[in-house]
Design a protein. Sequence first.
Lengths: 292, 316, 554
Amino acid sequence: MTAIAANLTPARWWHNRGVRRFMRHHLALLGIAMIAVLVLACVFGPYALPYDSLHIDLRARFAPPLSGHHYFGTDPLGRDLAVRLLMAGRVSLLVGFSAMLLSTLIGTFVGVTAGYRGGWIGAALMRTVDGFLSFPSIFLVLALAATLRPSPVMITIIIAVTSWMEVARIVEAEVRSLREREFVHAARMVGLSGRHIMLREILPNATGPIIVAASLTVARAILLEAYISFLGYGIQPPLPSWGNMLNGAQQYLASAPWLAIIPGAAITIAVTSFNFIGDGLRDALDVRDDHI
Amino acid sequence: MSGFLLNRFSQSIVLLVIVSMIGFTVLNFMPGGPLAQFGLDPGMTQKDIERLAEQLGLNRPLWIQYFDWAWRLVQGDWGHSFRDGAPVLAVIGRHLFATLLLMGTSTSLAIAIGSWIGIRSATHRYSLFDYCATVGAMVALSVPTFWFGLIGIYIFTLKLGWVPAGNMYTIGDGSVLDYLHHLILPSLVLSLVHVAIWSRYMRTATLDALSQDFVKTARAKGLSERRILLKHVVGNALLPMITLAGVQLPSILTGALVTETIFTWPGMGRLFLDSLGYSDYPMVMGLLIFSAILVVLGNLVADVLVAFVDPRIRLS
Amino acid sequence: MTEVYFGSSYSRRNALRLMVAGAAGLAAPGLLGTPAFAQKAPAKPTGRIIVGLGQEPTVFNPLMAHIEVDDGVHFSVFDALFRIDPKGEIQPNLAVEVPNLKNGGISEDGLKWRIRLRDNVRWHDGKPFTAEDVKFTLELITNPNFRSWRTAGHALVRDITVISPTEITWRMEEAFAPYLSFLTETFIVPKHVLEKEANPNNAAFNQAPVGTGPFKWSQRVAGDHLELVANPDYFGEGPHIERLVFKYIPDLTVLYTQFKSGDVDLVGQPYITPDHCGEARGLPNRVVTLVPRASFESFYLNLERPQFKELAVREALYAAIDKESIIQGLYYGVPTPTETFMPRQSLYFNPKLPLHEFNLNRARQILDQAGWAPGRDGIRAKSGVLLSFANSTTSGDPLREQVQQFLQQTFAQLGVEMKISNLPAAVMWGEFWQQSKFDSVIVGSTYLIGADPDVTNRLHSRSIGAKGGRGSNNAQYSNPEVDALLDKGARSFDPEARRSIYHRVQELVRRDLPFLPLYQSNAVQGNKKGISGAVPNVNTRTESWNALAWYWAS
């Protein structure tokens, strides 16, 4: 959340109008508030609760929510679900943010290169983007997760590697249209290097769509992490993540439904918040976008 | 027109080659491989496993394996499953019906509900309905589908007992009613996300259409709002929808991956997961190519349809 | 069938009760678990039984490389020369007698075999079954172009000669006692159908098999179920049901839910999960039984890792495993603790092995004495080797993951660091397992083929895959005495001599601890009330080994 706010301030041309419109968007504000609460809870919450997220106590298995000090109950190994949920939140949110940063970097790099260079390099890059896009993304994710040892860092990389294409497409289109504008021509006339033009002249003008795409990528990354961990290919125990807390919860659906309901609700809240923010940003930055 | 098609065709071929190369490489670099399933068999010796690797051609260099596979594909031979030797295309065919049934039902549901919500949101812009629809769509887009499926099973099967716990039909029954009964929950779960997408697009498209000049003209002519809506607005809003439908065609394969597993649905998504689990290379490659062809087809159909509906767009 | 309930701790008495449960269905003289009250079985095959399975059977040619779940179909559609009964005794099936040294079926040196066959067997298409089919089958297995399943044993067969339609002989390259057991899992395929096929790997037969068994192939809905129908001309007793359906339900929870709702009549592999066992017992009109399986679960070590080279470490780790909590707590008392890979139902099971005792202090003492001292971070080390290792199992197996996390916590108290690093099944059991690239693994697997006690493939030093060996001794266990005993046992046809050989093997393995024994599994098998004749058989890999005897009690 802070990352986004920080990104908002330095830009110039849409500053006043954009922020005002963004603030007008109640849902986006709600999203920011919810993410703030989630982040604060995940960072400080575990210290406030009297349990350790890894401590196993077989005598306290399957305590339902609100029994004793277990506000959210306990899991099949008798660990406090509330602490685990918050610890898991750290992992899931961190993976989501980092994957977003990484995939935005990759996507922007590919998009700018393809858009500015054009020619066969551009064509080759964009056909690769198409190629990646026409894979069932779950195939790439599962195959990579099976190949690499699934640590949080690896999962982040895997998610980033499989979700940079949207950003690349958006940026490429933007750059291609900016390339022929006067200020770029002017820069070229002055004799500025290609790299300088790309980074200093074109990129700042494409920040709007990038930021929007990025905020939606966080949402997708969190979902994707949950998805692969649910299938057992993701973050490995005992480190909790929202996704791997759901893995295995299915078999206790009848006897201990809270094991499935609580982490799922956490995922939904986080993802919804990011989607709210992304939508608000889209309005604020006046980005016309064909992707949801 | 023929120039357009030719261009499109050559682009598609390039795409298929890229997809197949990436897929083949990734698949083969996955450790384990198709013989891992025999790792725990007390009677399979290391010698047996080496023999099978030799027979399946796994000992050859990767590029030879790839060209061998690709050359056969060009000739129309999709290969045979490593597991049971069944022809890949026939196996895909056998799983296609189940997936089409599920996806068809849920997509129709999504289009119907989504369009209604979208149009109503647009015509009642900034109303309570519009507001709820917006929030609802965003939440729906944020719920993990598998989790939604689990919760659905918990409520409607375990607690209420209204719908079966999965399967496409009851063995020995298989009447239309039986199919429908089994379809309810999985198609609802699957359509959730699509309702959200469709309603958002429909809302935007309708708003666009409403602001067009011909709507103003129609209003000036004194046509009823209802008539304007049905004839001019919806017709124009449908145009981008066709593109969307085309683009969504490939999700037939992956759209239902986990839903099919949770609901014991014998479709392609589950076939894909199973085949990946056994490292059944020919099967996985076949499914990847199949889905890539759908992508290509989907885009093409969308483009052609749009041009057909709207003569202002020329295919060139 | 008697329901088995396990007391909280290991005891001989419980083991006995288990044996009784296994044998209860055999009280009657009929072979193969033909039910004691067979007269109640309907005169004509009636009704349908749906077996729910967690994996999809896809390989229907029984000679092709396949996995456990395909066995149920093979047993129902095909026949082998012999069958193994629940007591572990080999009975004739397509053969009229079991060859042995006494009846001259096997020569004194164990090299010449002679099999006499039934003359009243017909294939499902009406053609008679003859010795030519047996010859064709044995030759197909060793055909280098055919993707056959196990070839061990078969590769030793030479000079197959058809004496008459009902008699066949061959010579073995060397004496190999387990071969008789192997033949109980070698189903005979029809020569007249398969010889016409250019490529046996892609034959149409593989998708619509023709056998001699109690059930005929009917139809298959890929990805969903397959249906077999009664073979009215079956040469033996049965079948008593008209239709046998194998239904594929990939999710274990859904499998159980469908058993509960009645969509599935009988839960097959991988059975009801232990955490549903208690609830399942309370279901109305359902019979839930604990059925012993040969699968042996262990904390499997890679002995070439410097951490595990020393016996003291292995002993200490074993003493630090709280088996009681794992079995009673995490597994709801379903499996039976064990000290050996040999199923306790086996004639060769050694009941005198020292019993495991959970004792953290003793574990600490052992490590202290062996010189593994805790470092600054609390993890023990000795001459530069840190007592830290990874443990892997198939990912997405919640119960095993719970065991891992539980052990991780106990080991940490001991100053031993265990990291969890799970892999998808398709990765886990490939090179990682076969070439010993793991530190430690939690694995459940069967060691025996049929009821034969030969475990050369698992424990002989010649069988270490990572060292170019032929088998799956992936712990890289190497003990010359065990090697010698295994070589001797494989050549001996005398059950008494073999018993003492394999008792000694178990003793040595229990002492050396190449793997830390956890338990022998019991399947929580469930079926609808009214299904009779289903008898468990620890010597086969499937619950459907005797579907021919199943029937609905009216």
